[in-house]
Ligand binder design. Structure first.
Ligand code: RFL
Ligand code: PHB
Length: 391
């Protein structure tokens, strides 16, 4: 049997950062993770970090590489019908974002956790949270050798992503779920080629959305809107490059460097929120509690803002300041979450082609992008949301 202050289910970015911040404050944690570290590190996901995320990592002692190796972007390109314009984050809201892959953030978090001898148990299965309403709830699971284990703690935090067990441990009549499924996915590739543009390009054409992103000077990350009825294997690299080129702004088509994909996958697009984020001694954080479509680059950033609110509440609790902030966690986090859900939904709707769209919808879309190009107010609203609302 293990006894700690806080049990964290899930060793993805949210679980690792929460554990790091709590341990830095002298609060004991244990993380139980379903997969191996290699598996967690092999997931290619987010690439854009908000300024608030970067400073949170820095305060947790894991900001060095983000500062040294991340690319500061002061704007982004938006393209419609192969013509692009730039929105400057610096001119509109005096902020920037940092391009630094989720894989690298996770690697730094693992290193930091290992340096302070964090307890991280990999390869767990059949995780169960026994009665979260009880003080000192138990978490039982099987370890990688098939042995049954038990953890007793003051609190349990579900950082186990969208398919985890934590959310399922809240009875149906104690939670409300809100969901929107989009009728398309993203086909993404990683290729060892120089990025086509110094800044990200979000593009819309009649044939659908495309995104040009990057990990470094010689590693590009590209996405195109695709049908959900297909699999990544259905698409050849040639087809991908051809479709991507067709959706790019005119001036970038000639400079696109193509090459073999080193990763290719399809991600479905979904908006999802559960309310509330607390049930007894159980708290939900990150993708376990909410999903946004990746168009606004918000998922990881939102997960980290949850960690910010919850870690502050735990610090106050363990400093003897009571449970008020723990009670407030759900409300505070949800208020910021819904704003990011709204922005991600808006940007997804604006930049993708919906199978049900008619010529009226198309005209509205084009006119909205035109408005975004020509209104300094619209650009300010875009930037304020894209760089991340304050915590
Ligand atoms: P994760 O990363 O899913 O980690 C959850 C961890 O829990 C483990 N787990 C369990 N452990 C124990 N017991 C169980 N029963 C368990 N069930 C699951 C899992 O193995 C895993 O290790 O959730 P977390 O930590 O909340 O992090 C969330 C982020 O990963 C996610 O929001 C982002 O990747 C979303 N996202 C983006 N976010 C951004 O902020 N900026 C971006 O540019 C961005 N781009 C993206 C994205 C997500 C994408 N996909 C694949 C949906 C681009 C894409 C294509
Ligand atoms: C990425 O680099 O993977 C990325 C960038 C911006 C997004 C989504 C994903 O909006």
């Amino acid at each position: 049997m293990i006894k700690v202050n806080v049990t964290i289910i899930g060793g993805g970015p949210s679980g690792l950062l929460l554990s790091q911040i709590l341990m830095n404050a002298g609060i004991e944690t244990v993380i139980i993770e379903k997969h191996t570290k290699q598996h967690v590190l092999s997931r290619i996901r987010a690439g854009v970090l908000e300024q608030g995320t970067v400073s949170l990592l820095d305060k947790a002692g894991v900001g060095k590489r983000v500062y040294e190796e991340g690319f500061r972007h002061e704007g982004t390109l938006i393209s419609s019908e192969n013509k692009s314009f730039r929105i400057s984050f610096r001119d509109t809201v005096r902020k920037n974002v940092t391009i630094f892959g989720q894989t690298e953030v996770t690697r730094d978090l693992y290193d930091a956790q290992e340096n302070i001898d964090a307890k991280i148990i990999h390869g767990v299965s059949d995780v169960q949270i026994i009665d979260p309403l009880k003080n000192n709830p138990e978490v039982v699971f099987y370890d990688k050798n098939g042995l049954k284990k038990k953890i007793i703690s003051d609190f349990v935090v579900g950082c186990d992503g969208f398919h985890g067990v934590s959310r399922q441990s809240i009875p149906a009549n104690k939670k409300k779920e809100f969901e929107r499924i989009y009728p398309f996915g993203w086909l993404g590739i990683l290729s060892e080629t120089p990025p086509v543009s110094e800044e990200l390009i979000y593009a819309n054409t009649r044939d659908g959305f495309a995104l040009c992103s990057m990990r470094n000077e010689s590693l590009s990350r590209y996405y195109i809107q695709c049908s959900l009825k297909t699999k990544a294997e259905d698409y050849s690299d040639n087809y991908f490059w051809q479709e991507l080129r067709a959706r790019l702004p005119e001036q970038f088509k000639g400079s696109l460097v193509t090459g073999p994909s080193i990763e290719k996958s399809i991600a479905p697009l979904r908006s999802f929120v559960i309310e509330p984020l607390k049930y007894g001694q159980l708290f939900l954080v990150g993708d376990a509690a909410h999903i946004v479509p990746p168009t606004g680059a918000k998922g990881l950033n939102l997960a980290f803002s949850d960690v910010f609110y919850l870690s502050n509440a735990f610090k106050l609790f363990y400093a003897g300041k009571g449970e008020v902030e723990l009670e407030n966690y759900s409300g505070k986090a949800l208020s910021r979450i819904w704003k990011a859900v709204r922005f991600s939904w808006w940007m997804t709707t604006l930049m993708h082609e919906f199978p049900s769209a008619d010529p009226f919808d198309r005209k509205i879309k084009l006119s909205e992008i035109d408005y975004l190009e020509n209104s300094k107010y619209a650009q300010k609203v875009f930037s304020e949301n894209y760089v991340g609302l304050p915590f």
